[in-house]
Design a protein. Structure first.
Lengths: 130, 211
């Protein structure tokens, strides 16, 4: 049984290592000799890109090129994250009310119930033990 | 038998720890509120000067920020016998100690919307009993202002609820329902407007403004 498991694990490890080592070589296409027209077009495109990067905010430009959506305004106070509830820490027009919800009463009540159940279990043990 | 004993001990200890933690947080909050009240009463003159200077700076467009957790106002609702010292900020520790003034909103007595929030199980436990027409009083060191509650509404926790106003406005918020098991899903918002002609400046403010 142990031997079978050992062989299985060894095979799995070997498969992983092998898949990392055995790769297919794809030869890159041979570069063509640049024609004067292509060189001029490439220079023009590079110049346009540099000019745009210089004229605008670099981060915004890179994010937009990468397809990352950029919020129009990111406030310091209201943190909007799809996975998390919005939390207001400073006042802004249209912000939600501050997070005054507290789990303390629930925690205290649940703790008391659990504590009582535990005490009942211990008391029952004491009753049974004599 | 041993398993039952272990489970009993585990439940007893876990429950006791939870109760102790919650009780400790309540105790720390009550102690800090007392500290804030003492600080407020002892340093009222300094608070007055600080606020007067802040208001003067605001006129120049450069208001210095107030430190988080510092007492900034006193809030009274006479009908409910509610008397609390309002602290700067709405983070967990501040709201544990007392009602919190939302940074960036106006201070009571200033033009704009002054937002004060607190927990439903502590300082604003009786806020649900406030009715439209009730009187609220704020003392911010610079002045004593009487307000009348003009609206009482309940909104979802994630609904836009706070807006800028051009007039003096006081907004009190807490969680809703007041009696709720778990994290309350809604917010109670009370809006109050100043009673005209009831604002009163303390003499020390006038002195502070002069100096």
């Amino acid at each position: 049984m142990v031997r079978t498991v050992f062989i299985g694990a060894a095979l799995m490890l070997a498969a992983n290592v092998a898949s990392a080592q055995i790769t297919t070589y794809v030869a890159p296409p041979r570069p063509l000799a640049p024609s004067p027209l292509m060189v001029a077009a490439a220079d023009s495109a590079r110049g346009d890109s540099l000019a745009q990067a210089a004229m605008t905010n670099m981060k915004v430009w890179v994010d937009s090129a990468a397809g990352v959506s950029i919020p129009s305004h990111v406030g310091d106070s209201t943190v909007a994250d799809p996975g998390r509830p919005v939390v207001t820490t400073t006042f802004e027009d249209g912000s939600v009310a501050p997070a005054t919800a507290s789990a303390l009463p629930t925690l205290a009540l649940l703790g008391a119930i659990v504590c009582i159940v535990g005490a009942i279990l211990l008391a029952a043990r004491h009753r049974v033990s004599p | 038998m041993i398993l039952r004993r272990l489970i009993g001990y585990a439940l007893f200890c876990a429950g006791g720890a939870s109760v102790a933690y919650a009780g400790g947080r309540y105790a720390v909050g009550a102690w800090k509120q007392q500290e804030a009240r003492r600080s407020w009463e002892e340093s009222e003159a300094r608070a007055v000067v600080a606020l007067a200077r802040r208001m003067l700076a605001m006129d120049k467009g450069s208001a210095p920020p107030i430190a988080p957790g510092a007492p900034v106002a006193r809030l009274l609702i006479p009908r409910l016998r509610l008397d609390e010292i309002v602290l700067e900020g709405v983070d967990d520790n501040t709201l544990n100690a007392g009602p919190g003034h939302l940074p960036g909103s106006a201070y009571p007595g200033e033009r704009g919307n002054a937002v004060i929030s607190a927990h439903r199980d502590r300082h604003f436990a009786r806020l649900g009993a406030v009715q439209v027409g009730d009187t609220v009083v704020t003392e911010s060191g610079a002045n004593r202002q009487e307000w009348v509650v003009i609206s009482k509404r309940v909104v979802d926790a994630d609904a836009p609820a706070l807006f800028r106003t051009t007039e003096e406005t006081l907004t009190l918020t807490t969680c809703w329902p007041i009696r709720y098991f778990g994290i309350a899903p809604e917010r109670l918002l009370l809006t109050a407007k100043p009673v005209k002609g009831r604002a009163r400046e303390t003499p020390s403010v006038a002195a502070a403004s002069v100096t």
